[in-house]
Design a protein around this ligand. Structure first.
Ligand SMILES: [Zn+2]
Length: 231
């Protein structure tokens, strides 16, 4: 582990609305951190893709995909809740807060990653808020909170006039093997992997990593909004 910001970092908790958010948003960073010995936990609030039923597609349980992707990324602790996709507003903020607070209390993470508030997805916004509440500085072990971007959700927000848009101020440099593990984890989601030029295609994931890397003079990177850092 290199870098002063990593000193003392032992546990990272990822809080996501849907299985695949964690991989698209931070898969390379997760691979990098687990390789460096950081214990990573994943808390996913939904376990289906019922939003697809609206489009007349089959609904499937994503539990096995989430576990397979987590295993590829080196995540040991996976907690999947059974709420319905695109229905977290019905569940309500208070209940989501309680689920994430319980997770933070049990796992005691130093660091927390979640979705951004700059999203059109209500699920992503509710989960982002729940994670920030659960990780508030005076009531938790959390010293650092970062939000990741989930293409195409953040793209969709940008193209729909949602303000504010995703504005990264923190970059994690990746090596090629980290990106390869991210793409391998994405493949575990099967039909979630789209074809180019969809941003959720393998080529789209690589293109984003190259773009984020180029912003900071590196070959590959993932970008985050740094919400809080206590040193
Ligand atoms: Zn999502």
């Amino acid at each position: 582990m290199t870098g002063i910001l990593r000193t003392g970092l032992e546990r990272l908790l990822i809080v996501a609305a849907h299985g695949d958010d964690e991989t698209l948003g931070a898969g390379g960073t997760i691979a990098k951190l687990t390789e460096a010995g950081v214990e990573v936990g994943l808390c996913v609030l939904t376990n289906d893709d019922s939003a697809r039923s609206i489009a007349g597609m089959d609904v499937t349980d994503r539990t096995a995909c989430i576990q397979a992707a987590a295993s590829i990324l080196g995540i040991k602790r996976v907690r999947i809740n059974g709420y319905g996709d695109s229905r977290l507003d019905v569940v309500g903020q208070l209940e989501l807060n309680r689920v994430v607070e319980r997770e933070v209390r049990d796992f005691e993470p130093d660091m927390l990653f979640t979705t951004s508030m700059a999203e059109l997805s209500v699920d992503h916004q509710l989960v982002s808020r729940a994670a920030r509440i659960a990780g508030r500085p005076t009531r938790s072990s959390v010293r650092e909170i970062r939000c990741f971007e989930v293409r195409s959700a953040t793209d969709c927000a940008e193209a729909s006039g949602v303000v504010p848009t995703f504005r990264p101020n923190c970059w994690e440099i990746l090596d090629e093997p980290h990106l390869e593990r991210k793409i391998e984890a994405l493949r575990a989601y099967g039909k979630e992997v789209e074809r180019w030029p969809n941003p959720r295609s393998e080529r789209g994931v690589r293109a984003l990593a190259e773009y984020r890397g180029s912003q900071i003079g590196a070959d590959l990177a993932e970008a985050f909004e740094l919400v809080r850092l206590v040193l």
